[in-house]
Structure formats: C-alpha cells, structure tokens
Design a protein around this ligand. Sequence first.
Ligand code: SAH
Length: 281
Amino acid sequence: MRAGPLGAGESVLLIDRKERRYLITLRTGGSSDLRGGRLAHDQVIGTPEGRYVVTTRGEKFLMVRPTLADFVLEMPRGAQIIYPKDLSVILLAADIYPGAAVLEAGTGSGALTMALLRAVGPSGRVYSYEVRDEFASTARKNIEKYLGIRDELVMRAQDIYVGIPDRPLDRIVLDVPEPWRVVEHATVALREGGILLSYLPTVPQTVEFVTMLRRSSKFGMIETTETLLRPWNIEGQSVRPAHRMVAHTAFITSARRIEGRGPLPERPDDRDEDEARGREQ
Ligand code: SAH
C-alpha cells in the first residue's frame, strides 16, 4: 500500500455503478476484461488513485487502492478468513503495538497476518504457524501481493498443539479449533504481562478455553466479547439500518499472562454477597 501514482505490480480495486467490486493487479503491457470491455493497464499506471477509468465498452469504473479490509474480502481464500469487524477488535483487545513479537496460528488465508504485520511495523515480529502447506502458500501470495516481502514475518509449518519454539513472545493470537491445547505452551512462551487471545465460533469451545485458562492460574483478566457491526442505509428518506447483517462470526477471548498463584482464598460469605448483588440488577 503506497501513496502517489499507481505502479506496475500494485493491486487496484475497480467499482462499477452498481458498486460491484473487481480486484486486479496492474502489469506493464497488461489488460483486464471488465464486464465485456477492456482496460489497458498502461492507461492507468502512473495516474493517481481515486479517479474514474473508462473501458473500451464505454463503462466507467472508480479506481482506488484497496484498503486492508477491501483486500482481505476480495483476495483468494484457502481457509475462512477473520472478517474486518473482528480484525479491528482483535488489534486492540490483544493490544498489538509497534515493535511487538506476536505469534499467530493458524495462518489460514493470511487476513489476520496482514493486520498484525501492519500493527507491529518493521521493528516487530510476526510468527505465523500453519499445518496445511496449501493454505500457507495461498496466504504467502496474498500477503506479498498486498504488503510486499516482509522480513519481520516468519512462517512455520508448525503444529501449535505440539509446542511453541519461538519465544519470548509479547502476544499470542489463536484462530485454531482447540486453543485449550495451547494454554500450557503459551504459559512458557508468553512473557509475564503478555496477552493471549483466541477467536472461536461456538460457545462450547469458548467455555472450554476459559475453563482451561482459569485452571492454569497463570492467566488473569479473562474477558470474552462478541462484536455486532450493523451497517446503515442513508439515502434520501431511507435512513435506517441495513436489512441484512452478519449476525455471528466468533467470540473473542483475551487474557493476561500473570504470576502463577495458588488457589484464591474463598470466603463463602463473599460469594453470597456477590450473588445477592447479581439478583438485584
Ligand atoms: N486467521 C486466518 C484463518 C485461520 S483458519 C485468516 O484470517 O485468514 C484456521 C487455520 O488453522 C487453518 O488454516 C488450519 O489449517 C490451521 N490449523 C488448525 N490447527 C492447527 C494447529 N494445531 N497448528 C497450526 N495451524 C492449525
């Protein structure tokens, strides 16, 4: 993603008057067929984004560089991606900061990898584990197409349930089906104060993960959220929520790696008070 005139090798998003989207890669001497018309790439290489272009059939398209959200929704997928509404929340819930050493698993199609790479910046590190080679190679292509070759990315064919060879880590972000199998390894690999976050589609998975975090006693400040993002329609008198929305993707659970403690002293009268308070609300 750059500013200035569009260059060869860059991806651009073309949007027609019905707001249909086409993602193409500009090549010197190349061309794209768009709805029965042709667009010669040399005609747009060297021009600024945010302009209208016209195909040989006379159809107009708005041409912009894709945002990260645009790109992940249009790019080829191996595994199901994490949607932009959740990527946004993950970056702050896991507090991904410039220079951080972050581990994610699995790489999947690379949507989260890209969000992490942008957030840690060139002084950071993103370790990304994936057990399926074909997914890793699709992800690598996607990442390189959008962000170029990034030295701060380390991709490994590593099963995260077996172990975490990279350490120490500031953050761990999981998008695997059985994250409770990672808690033990994360305890060793994550520095104290570090954050472990897991993205899970169902309630039973989330409960099993939280139960394991509690049992380990090396994690505190455990929080689970879900994010509902409702788009609105604003056109003339029609000012209302969109008719359709994505109702459910996943639950996000985060926890801080803390000093291990023994079982907390528990006074039964405290618990009674808490319960009484809960009933009043
Ligand atoms: N977050 C990704 C999607 C990940 S889908 C994105 O935004 O594009 C889950 C991925 O985890 C799949 O590709 C799957 O092959 C991988 N996976 C499952 N179990 C794993 C394990 N134990 N270790 C590493 N990767 C695993």
